[in-house]
Design a protein around this ligand. Structure first.
Ligand code: ZN
Length: 233
């Protein structure tokens, strides 16, 4: 009995050969060739078509092998896909992490910039260490003579400097930190001793404590002797 593969089996085999992919198809064909077709070809001496050569009783074995190959291919593809997805997600995570880091760095840089641009609301005694608390006369931004009272904070304000604008006949007016810094810089530039003496000369009051200068020497110096000693002037 040399009955050949049925048309139904043959269709199934061809479909499977289409599905297993070129590599497996080649292997399968080589295997078929080695096991059946070439022998049959030799025996029958005709065409190499599977339908003409594959014995029916071996067709199910071929189908089994092809099904196994197909399952194997599907499994490999699934593994490949999974690996690819894993790589993709790792890549994405790395990209996101890098992006996050860039955002963070940018934010920190912006914060540092903003902090540098925005000076503190209060003037620290460290900013103008050479300007003692006292009263000073300097030319203000308009080029006119102005009188200023520099105070060092006490208790909870310790370490802070406050600058007030002194206008005759009025209460001293508290200046903003920015305006205060401008005046302190001016006092520092003129020299605190000179700026204080100028106050004393102009107003007849001690350039540090503000008391009226009654003594002729003091009036000439623009500062009382006790304050001059205290300041080391
Ligand atoms: Zn004084």
């Amino acid at each position: 009995m040399n009955r050949l593969v049925t048309p139904k089996q043959l269709t199934f085999i061809h479909n499977l050969l289409d599905q297993v992919g070129p590599e497996t198809r080649q292997t399968a064909k080589a295997w078929l060739d080695a096991n059946y077709t070439s022998q049959r070809e030799q025996a029958y001496g005709h065409g190499n078509k599977l339908g003409d050569l594959l014995p029916r009783d071996k067709a199910s074995e071929v189908i089994e092998r092809l099904l196994a190959a197909k399952a194997n291919k599907a499994h490999e593809e699934a593994e490949e896909r999974a690996e690819q997805e894993l790589n993709d997600s790792r890549e994405m995570q790395a990209r996101e992490a890098a992006e996050e880091e860039r955002r963070m760095e940018h934010k920190l840089a912006q914060q540092a910039e903003a902090e540098a641009a925005e000076l503190p609301r209060y003037i620290s005694t460290d900013e103008y260490p050479d300007v003692p608390a006292g009263r000073y006369a300097v030319d203000n931004a308009d080029g006119r003579l102005g009188f200023y009272h520099v105070q060092h904070g006490k208790r909870k304000w310790t370490g802070k400097v406050f600058v007030k604008h002194h206008v005759a006949g009025q209460e001293d007016q508290r200046m903003s930190a920015a305006a205060g810094r401008t005046i302190l810089a001016r006092i520092q530039a003129d020299g605190p001793e000179a700026a204080s003496a100028r106050y004393g000369h102009e107003l007849g009051h001690c350039g540090l404590c503000g008391r009226e200068l009654t003594n002729e020497d003091s009036r000439a110096r623009g500062i009382g002797p006790v304050c001059a000693d205290k300041a080391g002037w």
